[in-house]
Design a protein around this ligand. Structure first.
Ligand code: NAP
Length: 459
């Protein structure tokens, strides 16, 4: 039986518990979604845009309250939580303004070439889409699906992570208050074992999942069995390669920011730092300095950089990976010891000497722990960067044009950021390759992700 509850990671105390919805209640909600879709799909872009702008307005107006809710439920710093609300508002506005253009009828060929008077592609919504979402960016991950999805005319059923129920309920309320008709966006308070039943319901037409690889594999296999389309945004162990031509100071500062982003719990945090031997001493010194300088503490405090990990289990998982590496010979350059006192805190940690025998070499570390590697040139750097089952983001630092081109061409990832850290923007597609998933969110691709691209030929 799943516990659906808010437990504050800064104190370890349970604050609110919710009953999971019964099968009957879930069925009522699916029925409401199907009914809502029948009329919602006929609304025009202008009407949907008005509601989506209203949602953006609420996110901006209530940023403080939303921020406190996110921080209490999953421990990110208040300033990061407020920034997440602002980013969601911007994404809602982006799709409100751009969806009509992204989804306008498209004429890929001259009609005469295909023997027609007219030939075009029309993007039509699929219907109720199930969104299975993680706790780490509890607002952003959902809005990243919902803003393009609702603008395209789909309706949403959210199964959020069980530890962020207040955020899950807030999201339903947000779209309702913004004016979207009843049933267009609903939250299902259910545990993961109830997902299969929803996904197999014929009224549910597609699914998107952001989360871990096992969850993705399970949802994708059920969806495959039902022949329903899916988008999967899974884990990552992003490389961060530094070459001697780079601005080493900027690279070291950005490396620490990236690794500590969201208290070290971001899919696109750089996790493996691969440095050319010619600049490795300088990078290591500066990187360790920046990691040590991160202020760990109460996430509600303005000056805090790194708050607690999400749960006791989350911290235990990180500790297990560090202990395994240290037992097998890795060196701890900073951090590595949990502080005393309440809350699930873990300090920014840098390890060197990580080898393929260690779990950390292959697995995603969901906490502020970096592995530092020294390599002898670009060939070895690219080889090591790609020596992972994941393929979400990749970072390369160089001021050499030929090197940059090699990184862009040869790094096996859904996105390559040169001289910067991986970030998501509504304007750019986001997603992974290999075991990091498939499909794309955001930009034009995200708007079309859950559409039937219907070819129309008129003689
Ligand atoms: P998770 O344990 O996989 O949970 C994600 C969601 O899936 C939750 O709603 C969870 O529900 C549900 N779930 C878990 N197992 C399931 C199953 N077998 N069938 C159906 N649903 C299932 O992941 P998490 O710990 O919340 O998030 C961390 C992971 O997400 C990391 O690997 C991170 O890299 C990845 N992530 C990826 C992206 C990206 O864009 N690629 C973004 C953010 C996070 P319950 O909470 O009820 O278990």
């Amino acid at each position: 039986m799943t516990t659906i509850a808010t437990t504050n990671p800064a104190t370890g105390e349970a604050e609110r518990t919710f009953d999971a919805m019964t099968d009957e209640e879930v069925d009522r909600r699916i029925a409401r979604a199907a009914e809502a879709f029948a009329s919602y799909r006929t609304t025009g872009f202008a009407q949907r845009a008005e509601w989506m702008h209203a949602a953006a307005g609420i996110l901006d107006a209530e940023r403080g309250r939303i921020g406190a809710m996110l921080t209490t439920e999953m421990g990110k710093t208040l300033k990061a939580a407020e920034a997440e609300a602002a980013k969601c508002a911007a994404a809602c506005r982006f799709y409100a303004d751009r969806a009509a253009g992204f989804l306008a009828d498209r004429r890929p060929a001259d009609a005469k070439e295909v023997g027609a008077d007219d030939a075009y592609v029309r993007y039509e919504p699929l219907g109720p889409v199930l969104a299975v979402m993680p706790w780490n960016f509890p607002l952003w991950q959902v809005v990243r699906f919902a803003a393009p999805g609702l603008m395209a005319g789909n309706v949403g059923l959210l199964k959020h992570a069980s530890n962020v129920p207040q955020t899950a309920l807030f999201l339903e309320d947000l779209f309702r208050r913004a004016g979207f008709p009843d049933g267009v966006f609903q939250t299902l308070l259910i545990g993961s074992s109830a997902v299969e039943r929803v996904l197999r319901d014929p009224r549910v037409k597609a699914a998107t999942l952001t989360g871990s690889e096992p969850a993705g594999r399970s949802v994708a296999s059920i969806a495959g069995d039902e022949v329903k389309p899916t988008v999967l945004e899974l884990g990552g162990s992003d490389p961060f390669v530094v070459m001697p031509s780079a601005d080493i100071g900027a690279a070291a500062r950005t490396a620490a920011e990236s690794r500590c982003l969201n208290n070290g719990q971001s899919c696109i945090s750089a996790k493996r730092f691969i440095v050319d031997a010619a600049c490795a001493d300088e990078f290591e010194r500066l990187f360790v300095e920046h990691m040590r300088a991160q202020k760990v503490g109460d996430p509600m405090e303005e000056s805090t950089d790194v708050g607690p990990l999400v749960s006791e289990q989350g911290r235990a998982d990180v500790e297990e990976l560090v202990a395994d590496a240290v037992d097998k010979g890795a060196q701890v350059l900073c951090g590595g010891e949990r502080p005393g006192g309440p809350g699930w805190y873990y300090p920014p940690t840098v390890l060197s000497g990580v080898t393929p025998e260690m779990r950390m070499y292959h697995e995603e570390v969901f906490g502020p722990v970096a592995s530092l590697f020294r390599v002898g040139g670009i060939e070895e750097a690219i080889g090591l960067a790609n020596a992972t089952g994941f393929g979400l983001g990749a970072n390369a630092w160089t001021r050499d044009d030929a090197e940059r081109e090699r990184f862009v061409r040869e790094l096996d990832a859904g996105q390559v950021f040169v001289n910067g850290k991986t970030t998501s923007y509504p304007q750019l597609p986001f997603g992974g390759t290999k075991r990091s998933g498939y499909g794309r969110e955001l930009s034009e691709e995200g708007a079309r992700a859950f559409c039937n691209a219907k070819t129309v030929w008129v003689g």
